[in-house]
Design a protein around this ligand. Sequence first.
Ligand SMILES: Cc1cc2nc3c(=O)[nH]c(=O)nc-3n(C[C@H](O)[C@H](O)[C@H](O)COP(=O)(O)OP(=O)(O)OC[C@H]3O[C@@H](n4cnc5c(N)ncnc54)[C@H](O)[C@@H]3O)c2cc1C
Length: 378
Amino acid sequence: MAMTQWELYDAIVVGAGIQGCFTTYHFTKNKRKVLLLEQVMSAPSAQGCVGDSSCSHRRADGHIFSQTEHQAWSQKDLRILMMGRKEEAEFHTTLDTLSKHGVEHKYFDPEELKRCFPNIRLPPGHGGIWEPSGGALCADKALKALQDLIRQLGGVIHDGEKVTEIKPGFPVTVTTTTSTYQAKSLVITAGPWTNQLLLPLGIQLPLQTLRINVCYWKEKVPGTYGENFPCFVAVFPDLIPHHIYGLPAREYPGLVKICYHHGNKVDPDERDCPSASPDLTDVRILSGFVRDYFPGLQPQPAIMECCMYTNTPDDNFILDRHPKHANIVIGAGFSGHGFKLSPVVGKVLYELSSESTLSYDLTPFRIRRFKHQDKASL
Ligand SMILES: Cc1cc2nc3c(=O)[nH]c(=O)nc-3n(C[C@H](O)[C@H](O)[C@H](O)COP(=O)(O)OP(=O)(O)OC[C@H]3O[C@@H](n4cnc5c(N)ncnc54)[C@H](O)[C@@H]3O)c2cc1C
């Protein structure tokens, strides 16, 4: 094992997913010396992956999320449709949040929705919120562009180096499968593997890793749900327990991506082992949804891929310092909706790590909110 004694980094970031990359980017932008370590070769959304696209829409709860998404991405395709009943709390709150923050949107009553989107057939009484500034992000391309930018700005990325040991202190010492490094601070953005790294550091967060089946559905008539079709989120709590979301046919020609916002618990190291999650309830729910509401699609998935969500009990992120080691910062639990906010997450993790003034109130994201949870060992 080689250790270059004189190389003290300002920060080491573990995990080159979108959150680790944006954190590293903020270090390089602020002229700090930073090393990004990734266990697999060429990281593009490989692990808790999002594939080629990810939707960006505003969450109904409307705190930091709605304030920050405008700042998060400047380029994306436009249009998103949230479908549901106006009386539903989440639907209602989303309308209020959009109005409160002055985000352009339009409510479609059930009749208008039917006229505008004849290829969607909804349950009686269901309308839609049309938001022209929502849309799809090209996740792999975004990650690749960001890694190129980090390198241009002088950041160092080591792919294929798994972090095997972290010795807290000042400096913090990080050992990987090939070398040992030291830094003034450490940021852990290891997605589903976060608790594995935290165990020797004396804490376990209440994170649940879910295997998500990413399904693509074939158009009966090519082009029916193509480029002009919006991204959508279906919120039908009376009929389906979790959200269903979809993106127009673009990753695979003629195949629309429609997924269930939930999955089965999985060990992150067994994600690709089908026997780890033999339960296909989610796919059955999706098949029923497609059959009933998207009559122009074949009701069996043509392609099924998988990736992972790392969920917290309240679905809010964890953005905080380690309770005992202040120079170790954790960004975790993005609960299936972290991609769109990654530019802001990276900024906040940088601020926490460099002891800069925080741009946002992080109370909803602090670890201490879980101190009474069974699974938390803080
Ligand atoms: C199917 C799917 C759809 C999604 N859709 C959306 C969406 O529409 N909108 C949205 O905003 N978000 C979406 N998300 C969520 C979003 O993709 C995640 O929130 C985000 O990717 C989490 O990024 P991350 O960097 O925290 O984790 P990851 O992408 O999992 O990255 C963590 C990295 O850490 C590395 N690592 C772990 N342990 C070690 C170690 N010991 N040493 C070195 N490296 C290590 C891993 O290899 C991995 O590359 C979706 C996610 C999925 C799975």
